[in-house]
Ligand binder design. Sequence first.
Ligand SMILES: C[S@@+](CC[C@H](N)C(=O)[O-])C[C@H]1O[C@@H](n2cnc3c(N)ncnc32)[C@H](O)[C@@H]1O
Length: 381
Amino acid sequence: MRASMPYRGARRRAGVAWIVYHRRSRRRIATAGRGVPGPACAAPRSVTRYGHWIDFPRNPERDPRTTRARWRPVVSDADLGGLRTVRDFIRWGASRFNEAGLVFGHGTDNALDEAAALVFHALHLPPDLPADWLGAALTRAERGAVAALLRRRLHERLPAAYLTGEAWFAGLSFRVDPRVLIPRSPIAELVECGFEPWAAGLEVRRILDLGTGSGCIGIACAMAFPEAAVDLADVSPDALEVARENIARHGIEARVRALRSDLFAALAGPYDLIVSNPPYVTEAQMRAVPPEYRHEPAGALAGGPEGLDFALRILREAPAYLAEAGLLVVEVGEAAASLEARLPGLPFLWPEFARGGDGVFVLTGAELRDYWKNRACAGSA
Ligand SMILES: C[S@@+](CC[C@H](N)C(=O)[O-])C[C@H]1O[C@@H](n2cnc3c(N)ncnc32)[C@H](O)[C@@H]1O
């Protein structure tokens, strides 16, 4: 039953390779809709407006990014003397970022894109500035503003999105600050494609974004399903303030609300679509995260000893809140293998993403209910 699902309403959009595979055996179960790269679904990973995957160092003692992070750059005004143009400052910033061993994983994945994002922001220029303008000279005041921002990135190790106050997710702009995780979930690709093929034929009237942070996933879902009512839930009042700002930013107050809830505790189902990017960083990984990630709320990252504390609770509690034909979509990142080992027989589907990232599973309400019913029967037999 599960293996045939991806063919239901085969994908028509171009650009995303929907390869569904069994995680442990790597056996391919199905492929649907490979095509010509399209504008919405095939952006390169390094483009700043698209989120991408966190790659935590597996062995912090040997990872050059953690050891080089102790290097402290000294940048004096004399260093900036020969810099004139937009291009000069992007190049200079990228060189200093690489020299200092900064870590990128909050919307860009390399020093040049990170420096460009900061330089354009300081100059009030759009992120897709045509190349012709890179040779434009900066005024003295502009040189000071750009240098100050690049220095903050170097010295404070603040991710660029916290310095600019903005992050992009699924082609939408979100207000962000250190009260919320910087949006980067690969779930963006699923939202952009309307969760097809899994949502094909599903009437999506109510959506829940559980652990909403900035509200990025739920708000992007609201845009993808213009008829749906969307609940954004989070346990953090700080995060909910930011989510409410983003609801207003996109003008969707009439059908999107932000609710304080410890997972499902204060919510009322049924939902047709429950999407969640809960905290899933393991305790060992938390001890090793690079400085950039320490600016994010620990409560948005820490998922317990194996990273599974929240995912297991969601899987256990979701059946009471999910419609029978509804979909549960949850990101668990590198904790995927431990999760499958903990719940053998649960028919997880793990989509593969064109822009990178993995560790997101899709399940239906019926599959979840059957699983827990069978486990209960097996337990009582
Ligand atoms: C990994 S962040 C995801 C934020 C956002 N959805 C995104 O993808 O950028 C996890 C979020 O879950 C929230 N959270 C942590 N524990 C929670 C709980 N018990 N109930 C609800 N939300 C919780 C955190 O406050 C944080 O905003």
